[in-house]
Design a protein around this ligand. Structure first.
Ligand SMILES: [Zn+2]
Length: 129
């Protein structure tokens, strides 16, 4: 099963914009992360900003990985097809998470499994965005 070409083209454009935006954000955060101050209070403030920046950068690089995997699926003609069950991912879900690799049912099952196993905050980020 293959999704309508027009929709694949639209998704590709959305994914490419998202990739560019993420790369831009990660670049800006790199700048924050190396900011230095001699003042100790500033240093503490910068340290917590750095921590936050690093967390955000970590989360964004995970999304970037998903976006790039989705762009490869556009090339392969399998974008919009669930990796788990081979069913079409709903247009509604793709509108919210264009890089979704599985349908909402499989994602739910994966999230549940992740929560019961070795869950991390990164496991459900595709639904949160
Ligand atoms: Zn599925």
């Amino acid at each position: 099963m293959e999704m309508a070409t027009s929709m694949a083209i639209e998704l590709k454009a959305v994914l490419e914009r998202k990739e560019a935006a993420l790369l831009g954000d990660l670049k800006i955060r790199d700048g924050i992360a190396i900011e230095k101050s001699a003042d100790q209070m500033d240093e503490i403030q910068y340290a917590s900003e750095r921590d936050l920046a690093i967390q955000n950068a970590h989360r964004e690089s995970l999304v970037l990985r998903e976006v790039r995997a989705a762009l490869r699926r556009v090339q392969a003609g399998t974008i919009g097809i669930c990796l788990e069950c081979d069913e079409e991912i709903s247009a509604k879900r793709l509108a919210v998470v264009p890089w979704a690799s599985c349908c909402v049912h499989c994602q739910d099952a994966l999230d549940r499994a992740a929560r019961e196993g070795t869950a991390t905050e990164a496991d459900s980020f595709t639904l949160a965005d």
